[in-house]
Design a protein around this ligand. Sequence first.
Ligand SMILES: *Cc1c(COP(=O)(O)O)cnc(C)c1O
Length: 396
Amino acid sequence: MSVDHSGFSTQAIHVGNEPDRITGDIIPPVHIASTFVMDGVGILRAGYDYGRGTNPTRDAYQVTLGALEGGEAVAFPAGLSAEDTLLRVLSRPGDHLTFSSDVYGGTYRLFTRIHAAEGRKWSEVDAGDLDAVEQDLAANRPRVLWVETPSNPLLDVYDIAALAQLAHAYGALLVVDNTFASPYLQRPLALGADAVIHSTTKYIGGHSDLVGGAAIVASNLVVPEGIEPWTDNGLVSEELVLLQTATGAIPSPEDSYKATRGLKTLAVRVDRQSRSALEIADFLEVDPRVKTVNYPGLPSHRGHQLALSQMSGGFGGVLSFTVATPEDAIRVCESTQTFSLAVSLGAVESLIEYPATMTHGTKEGSATAVDPSLVRLSVGLEDVEDLIADLDRALG
Ligand SMILES: *Cc1c(COP(=O)(O)O)cnc(C)c1O
């Protein structure tokens, strides 16, 4: 099944963005108030009482994002805060969590240090090996199977529909971190996933000026059997909001506004980033100074066919490649001028980084450590000729 793009940008621009009824502002004002005046004791004028609970700017942003992912969206102050809150809603201490062995480093730390210390058990599995996934599900009976696709930093592509089916057969829920694809290229809920996670710091914000996250869940999803819900109906979307209010894990009105603005240009940015990334991948693939190129848009990539079937509109702006030696990789990372040496991805500025010690340093020396000759690029919106010339120079 592929993503239906009809109306994506129209929704991104208009859903949740109605002009102000009194003044006509075409952009709804950013509501920065921490508290809201009541018309009587307990009589709220428009349903708002205190900024930790709800805020009109955050509400509108959640409506837009929910429409684009096809579920109920709850926004958080960081991707990891969204992940942490979702895990608390979907599992309890003593439960097992299974995750793909190449999840984001911060996600790995959240599972294996924070939630493990609270009594949750965990295992890692190669999400590309469905037999291995089934064995893990049968042996550990996890509450949650957690994957990222395309993955980081090798851009592996995992079969969301097949993983959802497997997870459900063993009583687990499938969570997909959709940060790399963005809702423009891939909508996991439509493919059978139960929940989606975003670091909105990346493509959704898109301008390197906010840290944020979101969880988007199927609107009828309830907490798994055996978990005592905090709300009356046990709806996961409402459990997330309750936990958010109870712990204060809220994004600011300003960040909610920036993410809302980012969503409006998401499609045009990702279109351009995907096109440029493919051109750069084509350039690198035939360059003798480069050993391997990882980009799902390349027909030579092992995930290309699967990406074609579950993504649409492009393959994203992130790619990675290996050079002859670790020293060469470090030299390339330190030699570019248009690509800035920095972690993160998804913004208008192109970034280059050295995964072995930067984004994936927590895995150094482990069985799943990253190839020390690998370089990762996040392609921005600069002219692609300049980006290719920059890499050509840096490769030396
Ligand atoms: C950055 C990132 C996260 C963490 O998000 P923060 O906004 O930094 O908390 C999670 N998953 C992926 C795939 C990421 O790239």
